[in-house]
Structures are given as C-alpha cells and as structure tokens.
Design a protein around this ligand. Structure first.
Ligand code: GLV
Ligand code: MN
Ligand code: MN
Length: 402
C-alpha cells in the first residue's frame, strides 16, 4: 500500500489513552472491567464512532469496530486488548488496538476500495491479572469457553465478570462464539529483549508458547515465632518458599511465582496459610506437561514434610500454538518489502492471537521493546518502531482484504 499511517495521530491517541489509569510513573493501571477500563473503552468507542465504524459489543464485553459500517461478510480483523496489569505500561495491547484503528482510518481516507471489510477488536481481560484465565474475552469469542462460565468467573474479592460488565455498561448483545473472521493479524510489542539484541526492526511471530497457571493454597498452623521449635512447626511460609525454589529448579523454559500472600502476615507468627501462583511456559507441550508433573510431585513432598495441606486450583492452561505458515510468510514478506530487518521468533507472552488461531488464519507482528522491559511502567517502544509496525499492519490488512 503506497499510503502510510499518520504516526503522530497514533502516538497522540496512545498518549491520550495512557492518561486513563496513569500511575504517575509512566505506567498504567487499567485492570479488566474496572472504572479505568470503562473510561478506556468509552474513549475507543468515541474514536470508532468518529470514524463511522459500526461498533459491536458482545456478551463478554469484546468490542469490535467494523468498516464499512453496513458490512456483513467476514472481515479481516486486527486488534488486541486495552486492559493492563496493575503495574503495566502504555503499549502492551493498547498499541495493537490503536494501530488497527489508525490503519482503518488510513484506508478510509485513502479512498481505497477493498473486497472485504476491515475490523478492529479490543478483547476483554487479556491479561488475566484480575480474572483468570488470561485471554478470557478472545477465548470465549472463539468458542473455547461457554459465556456463562466466563461471566461467573470471580476476582480475588469475589466480584464476577458478569457483575462488572453490567456495572460498567459493556455487557453487549452480540452472541459468543462470534462468526470467525476471514483472518486475524495482531501488532504487539515484543515484551522481551530479543529483537533489540538482534537489531531486528520487525519480529515475525511463529507462534505462542504454552501457558500453565496454578494457584496453590497451603494450610499450616499459626504459632508463636519465639517458642515453637523448628521441627514442630507447620509453616505455610516455609512450604511456599520451598515451592518457589522448586519452580526455579524444575521449570520448563520459564517459571514464575508472581504472587505470594501470607496469613496472618505478622512478624512474630508462623504463617498459617499461604496462597501463591505458579506460571510455567514452554513452546514444547511435552516439556510443559513433564514440568507440571515434576512440580506437582515436589510440592506434595514439601507439604508432607512440613505437615501442611496443599490444594491446587488450575487458573489457565493453553497448549503451544503455531501460526498458519502462509500468514508467517506474508508477515515476513511485507516487512521485507518495507525494507525492515526481520527475525522469526515465538512469543513468550500470551496473546489474543493465540485464541484466534483456533478459528482463522492468524499472524502477529512484533516491534522491539526498549531494554526488553514490559509489565512495568518503564515499558517503551520508540516512535519509529511504532510507525514501522503500524505500516506493516496496514499493508497486511489491505492485502488480506483485497
Ligand atoms: C499476558 O500478558 C501474559 O502473557 O501473561
Ligand atoms: Mn498484551
Ligand atoms: Mn500483558
């Protein structure tokens, strides 16, 4: 496509959206279905309406802007998510949605006529930081989870997705699962250090690694920190620490204990209870399964030895996904035509594209993350890289819709 996106307009929109949930340190806190999420959604809907898109909201709050507004054929879809983790940056997810909007605006103002409609989606609760699993909205969108189950999912305070959707006014009428799009393309920041280290401007994403999330609740016995001999304790804090060490030792490609709550959380009381999360990921399903098994055996041993009861609750489990070969080749070819250096790589982070790949040809474009930092207020991608990624996205959408 000879025309280019208006990168300044895209950057202005990223700035404006980044002010909603601004944490004052360059970061954003816009957890799924909070008041901040509502404000971010409202802003996106305003921009979509200004462009004349048809805005559809489905039963789990996924939002989709379609052009032309009256189109009925399956669109070429792009998008990502507006929700962030509690200590998020401005680009994760937000870039994919706003670059999609920018690409569609560019097509509209160019006067180009396409054989297929274009659409940009913002999926509900991609992060999983409030409601598990991650990619909740896109999972329901593709029929991977019944709507009722998603709506009854609760956060740590027992508040449900359904209640929050109704409260913020985003329980929409469109049914789930949705009709599959013609194809799906997602632009996202890499969120890792590889592209920068390799000097590649565009990452050609080959797939997404498998994800396993488990919450462990460890029950011991509260007791006096000064009087209870070590061998007579049932210390939930000790058991949790031992499990965290085991995650590091036995994890597949990567393993993380990102959450650990101790109760009663006091300096002079042996912890009676610990709640922790384990996040394991690998591109190889067999390695992921083997690590889950080894860790399960290890935490059973740890619980037995410390006299603590351990119960496990699965929060998320997704197998590794390989993207459609033709889409991978197309992303690479278009990036080369734009004169960019490229690198093929799997995604370490979870993405809505991982879900969409179940129902239509799907591809992803990565742009570099400065210092490989993400899920952190310091998350940054240069304006030049943002423009490169958005122009590659634009070209991909047009080619797929021609
Ligand atoms: C989502 O960002 C994830 O990969 O956890
Ligand atoms: Mn993301
Ligand atoms: Mn994220």
């Amino acid at each position: 496509m000879p025309v280019k996106v208006d990168a300044q307009r895209l950057l202005r929109r990223l700035d404006e959206l980044g002010q909603i949930g601004d944490t004052g340190d360059g970061g954003v806190c816009r957890l799924a279905l909070t008041d901040e999420d509502k404000l971010g959604r409202d802003l996106l809907v305003t921009w979509m309406h200004d462009l004349g898109l048809r805005v559809d909201v489905d039963a789990v709050g996924n939002m989709c802007g379609t052009w032309p507004a009256g189109a009925t054929e399956a669109p070429v879809l792009c998008g990502s998510h507006l929700d962030t983790v509690r200590t998020g940056g401005r680009y994760d997810g937000n870039l994919g949605v706003l670059a999609g909007l920018e690409a569609i605006e560019t097509v509209i103002s160019s006067g180009a006529e396409l054989a297929r409609p274009l659409a940009v989606a913002s999926f509900t609760g991609e992060e999983g930081a409030r409601f598990a699993p991650d990619m909740l909205g896109s999972l329901v969108y593709v029929g991977g989870m019944p709507v009722e189950q998603a709506l009854s999912t609760v956060d740590r305070d027992g508040v449900s997705v359904g209640e929050e959707l109704a409260r913020i006014g985003y329980a929409g009428p469109m049914p789930c699962p949705a009709r599959p799009p013609h194809a799906y393309v997602e632009l996202h920041i890499e969120q890792g250090p590889v592209l920068e280290a390799e000097g590649a401007a565009i990452g050609v994403v080959t797939g997404v690694q498998g994800i396993s999330w488990t919450e462990l609740a460890i029950t011991g016995q509260a007791n006096h920190a000064g009087t209870t001999p070590m061998h007579l304790r049932h210390d939930a804090g000790y058991a949790a620490a031992a499990i965290a060490v085991a995650v590091r030792e036995l994890c597949p490609r990567v393993g993380t204990v990102g959450r650990l709550d101790l109760h009663p959380d006091l300096v002079n009381v042996v912890a009676a209870r610990a709640v922790m999360t384990v996040d394991l990921r690998d591109t190889d399903e067999a390695a992921l399964t083997a690590a889950e098994k080894a860790l399960g055996e290890r935490w059973a041993e740890i619980g037995l030895a410390e006299g603590c009861m351990i119960t496990a609750r699965r929060l998320a489990r997704f197998e590794p996904v390989g993207f459609d070969e033709a889409m991978v080749d197309l992303v690479e070819g278009v990036a080369h035509e734009h004169g960019h250096t490229t690198m093929r790589l799997p995604s370490g982070a979870g993405h809505d594209a991982q879900m969409l790949a179940r129902v239509c040809p799907t591809g992803m474009v990565f742009v570099p993350s400065a210092g490989g930092i993400s899920h952190n207020p310091a998350e940054h991608t240069s304006p030049e890289d943002i423009a490169n990624g958005a122009n590659v996205l634009l070209d991909l959408l047009v080619r797929l819709a021609q």
